[in-house]
Design a binder for this molecule. Structure first.
Ligand code: BTN
Length: 274
């Protein structure tokens, strides 16, 4: 049997790399869960602290955006969920999915020189031979409103780290990839996760203390959707085409249609056309 490309994750090995104040102060690592997002949402309802992190070596029912599954084989990738419970004004809350994408790109760039970018809202892509392949996906789930508008969110991040191409299902092989496939060598997951938590904490502090302006600039610099002609596949049904012109103040995608109308898209799948 081929040996695993990286040693098993443990709270100790992750902590040994971690320089955060709050994110990961409470951290649990599981062999197998259904979904780290589901588990952390339950912990949040039971009073888990801001910054609690749940990590798993494998998931049996990993959740993706728009109700899709997230393939989560054992020991190869990062499957992590992070709880933010600090009260957010609603404009800040809408930036969390985009913030998580910027943090993921920065963490990846700390360990590779791969040309990593973002497709709106938060698919992390790498381009090779003119094609974009997905390296990481992010699912942010809000946990409802509590007292005085305080809300909690779970940020779920799935980052394909050491997954060989043959481990992807056939339908994903041309559109998904991993760091090891792209770079040609395996990566240690613990320092990568620690870097990701640090970037998340830094960006979240900045968002809470200074608002979304710097985050919006950082996101726009990484987002390959902006300026492109795109098709939006809307949640539910329907699709539309137009040019992705920029971001609205809450992070929504501004789309200019063929008739010159500007629409603000808050949920849906983007297909880059040119
Ligand atoms: C996407 O569809 O692009 C989002 C995928 C998010 C997957 C991660 S893996 C860790 C966390 N737990 C889940 O069940 N989903 C997220």
């Amino acid at each position: 049997m081929t040996p695993p490309p990286d040693s098993p994750l443990s709270a100790e090995t992750i902590r040994a790399h971690l320089k955060t104040r709050q994110l990961g102060a409470t951290l649990s690592v599981h062999e197998e869960v259904d979904s780290t997002n589901r588990l952390l949402a339950d912990l949040a309802r039971a009073g888990a602290a801001h910054g609690t992190v749940v990590v798993a070596e494998s998931q049996t029912a990993g959740r993706g955006r728009l109700g899709r599954p997230w393939a989560s084989p054992r020991g190869l990738n990062l499957y992590a969920s992070i709880l933010l419970t600090q009260a957010h004004a609603s404009p800040a809350l809408t930036w969390i999915p985009l913030l998580a994408a910027v943090a993921t790109v920065r963490a990846i760039r700390a360990v590779t020189t791969l040309p990593v970018k973002v497709k709106w809202p938060n698919d992390v892509l790498v381009s090779r031979d003119g094609d974009e392949r997905k390296l990481a996906g992010i699912l942010v789930e809000a946990l409802g409103s509590g007292q005085a508008g305080a809300r909690a969110v779970v940020i779920g991040i799935g980052l394909n780290v050491n997954m060989p191409l043959k481990a992807f299902s056939e339908d994903l092989r041309s559109s998904a990839t991993s760091l090891s496939v792209e770079a040609g060598h395996p990566f240690a997951r613990a320092p990568l996760l620690a870097a990701l938590l640090e970037e998340l904490e830094r960006l979240h502090d900045q968002l809470c203390n200074h608002g979304a302006a710097d985050l919006a600039d950082a996101y726009a610099a990484l987002c390959v959707t902006l300026g492109k002609h795109v098709r939006i596949e809307l949640v539910g049904s329907g699709r539309m085409e137009g040019t992705a012109e920029g971001l609205a103040p809450d992070g929504a995608l501004r789309l200019r249609t063929g008739e010159g109308k500007i629409l603000e898209i808050r949920a849906g799948d983007v297909v880059h056309l040119r």
